[in-house]
Design a protein around this ligand. Structure first.
Ligand code: FES
Length: 190
């Protein structure tokens, strides 16, 4: 009787000895031993999608991999043998570009600041520093022939500049999230 489960996790081979039959993939990923906390456990019952990861299986008939997004909160680890799992961490690295439009402004909140509001000096200084970084990055992007701007979305090749996967990058650059808790699920589904 086979007591091991083997699969790929973000491209790395994993073999588990006698995994518990009720160990779910989301709990395995977020465990301290694994530490992949990009997938979130929201509802824990397949309703919200915050736990979405990519599951790849080999389709022998078509001689290619079949990729599906799955709810990791519903998938027992014991059902992963021979598959490949990709989490949001496996799709790219972030090197925080700090573009101007991602800098939080008081006016972005539902209870916007009154017109007479004067931000604290620390906030003003932080915004000036952020603007300077953003300008430096825009100049660097222009030198590379890419766009760091917001309007119209990023130019092709800008993803490589930040290291993010293209879907996550465009979602971030176009303000496509609120609290962001479920955003990784959206990205993995797309
Ligand atoms: Fe909500 Fe998995 S945690 S669908």
């Amino acid at each position: 009787m086979v007591n091991t489960i083997s699969f790929f996790l973000n491209g790395e081979p994993v073999t588990l000895e006698k995994p518990s039959p009720d160990l779910l993939l989301i709990d395995y990923l977020r465990s301290p031993e694994v530490g992949l906390t990009g997938a979130k456990k929201g509802c824990g019952q397949g309703g919200c999608g915050a736990c979405t990861v990519l599951l790849s299986t080999w389709d022998a008939g078509a001689a290619r991999f079949a990729h599906r997004s799955i709810n990791s909160c519903l998938r027992p680890v014991c059902a992963l043998d021979g598959t490949a799992v990709t989490t949001i961490e496996g799709t790219g690295q972030v090197s925080r570009p700090a573009p101007a439009h991602l800098t939080h402004q008081a006016a972005f909140s539902r209870a916007a600041a009154p017109p007479t509001y004067v931000p604290p000096a620390e906030v003003t200084a932080a915004r000036a520093a952020g603007r300077a970084r953003s300008q430096a990055r825009t100049v660097a992007a222009a030198a590379l022939g890419t766009s760091a701007g917001h309007s119209g979305g990023p130019a092709a090749g800008a993803e490589q500049e930040t290291g993010m996967n293209p879907v996550a990058y465009r979602l971030a650059m176009n303000n496509g999230s609120q609290c962001g808790y479920c955003t990784t699920g959206f990205v993995m589904t797309m």
